[in-house]
Ligand binder design. Structure first.
Ligand code: ZN
Length: 300
C-alpha cells in the first residue's frame, strides 16, 4: 500500500525516519510551516526556515525516495508577536508560488487572541487571492469553540469548505466539520489524544469520505509511522481496503492537489533514489558512505 503523511515536520526528524517511512510505503509528505519550540526573534529566521522547506528538506526527502511538499504560513503562536508578524506577512507572497508549495498553513488559533484572529484572517485573504488550499491548526485548548470559530471565519471570507483542511480533530469536532463540508483531518499522537484504536472507531462510524489522517510528527514525542500503522490496524479491524486508501492516501492527494502542485505522477514517474546528487554542493552522505543509486522509489 502507498501512503501520504500530509502533516509531518521532517526538519525535526532523522534520516532513519525517512528510511523507515519509505520502507513502510510513505511516498509523499507535506510539511506545514510551524512553530519551532524556540520563539523566533527576527524575520530572517522565518525566511531561512521557509527556504529550508522548499529547498534543502525537499532535496533531503528525495534522497530517501520520498516526495516532499509544504504549506507556508505564519503559525498562530507566533502571530502574537505583532511586530514580527507584520514582517512575516510581507515575506509570504515570495514563497507561496514556489514549486511544491501546496497550501497556506498551518494557520488558525492557539489561544484565540485578537492578534491570532487578525493574522488568521489576513492569511485566509492571501489564500483566497491565490486560490490556495488552507491547512488549519485547531487549538489544543478549547478545541470545540476554536474549531467552530475557524470555520465561521473562513466562511465570512467567502472560502469554499472544499479547499480547507481542518486538522487535529477529535470525537467532539468530527461531526460538525464533516457536516459543514470541510476536509476533516486527524493527528495520531502516540498514547495521548487520537490513539489508533479511536481512529478506527471514527472511520467505522463516519466512513472515509473527506477524512484524512497524519502523524504531525515533530520535535516532540511523536511517531512518523503513525499513518501506515493506523492503516494496518484499520484493515485488521475490518475496514475495507478502499476506505483505508481514501483516509491514508487519496483524500490528502485530492485536498492538497487542488494547489496544482501535487500529482500522483510526481512519485509514480519519479526516477529512483540517487544519493550521488548534491544540493548546493552538499550531500546527505558522510565520509566513506556508499551512495544508493537507482533504488526504485515504489516497492509496493
Ligand atoms: Zn504541525
Amino acid at each position: 500500500m502507498k501512503f501520504i503523511d500530509p502533516h509531518v515536520h521532517m526538519v525535526s526528524r532523522t534520516t532513519d525516519d525517512y528510511e523507515a517511512m519509505q520502507k513502510a510505503g510513505v511516498v509523499a509528505v507535506i510539511e506545514p510551516a510551524f512553530w519551532l519550540g524556540q520563539p523566533r526573534t527576527a524575520v530572517g529566521s522565518f525566511k531561512d526556515y521557509f527556504s529550508t522547506l522548499i529547498g534543502w528538506e525537499r532535496f533531503r526527502a528525495s534522497q530517501f525516495g520520498i516526495r516532499h511538499y509544504c504549506t507556508i504560513g505564519l503559525n498562530s503562536k507566533e502571530a502574537n508577536n505583532e511586530a514580527l508578524a507584520e514582517e512575516v506577512m510581507d515575506l509570504l507572497p515570495l514563497f507561496i508560488y514556489k514549486e511544491g508549495v501546496v497550501g497556506i498553513g498551518e494557520i488558525g488559533y492557539d489561544d484565540q487572541t485578537a492578534a491570532e484572529d487578525k493574522y488568521f484572517r489576513a492569511q485566509i485573504e492571501l489564500a483566497r487571492e491565490t486560490a490556495m488550499p488552507i491547512q488549519i491548526h485547531t487549538p489544543h485548548r478549547d478545541k470545540k469553540t476554536g474549531t467552530t470559530r475557524s470555520m465561521d471565519v473562513c466562511e465570512e471570507h467567502g472560502i469554499d469548505p472544499s479547499s480547507v483542511i481542518v486538522d487535529h480533530n477529535n470525537e467532539e469536532t468530527v461531526e460538525e466539520v464533516l457536516n459543514r463540508g470541510y476536509w476533516t483531518a486527524f493527528t495520531i499522537y502516540p498514547n495521548t489524544k487520537m490513539g489508533n484504536e479511536r481512529m478506527v472507531e471514527i472511520v467505522k462510524r463516519y466512513g472515509a469520505e473527506r477524512i484524512i489522517i497524519n502523524s504531525a510528527a515533530d520535535w516532540g514525542v511523536s511517531d512518523p509511522l503513525a499513518v501506515p500503522k493506523t492503516a494496518a490496524l484499520m484493515l485488521e479491524r475490518g475496514i475495507p481496503l478502499d476506505q483505508v486508501e481514501l483516509v491514508c492516501y487519496k483524500n490528502a492527494l485530492d485536498a492538497f492537489g487542488q494547489s496544482g502542485q501535487m500529482k500522483e505522477e510526481d512519485w509514480k514517474n519519479a526516477p529512483g533514489i540517487d544519493q550521488t546528487q548534491l544540493f548546493q554542493g552538499n550531500s546527505v552522505l558522510r565520509g566513506g558512505q556508499q551512495a544508493k543509486v537507482n533504488d526504485p522509489i515504489i516497492k509496493n
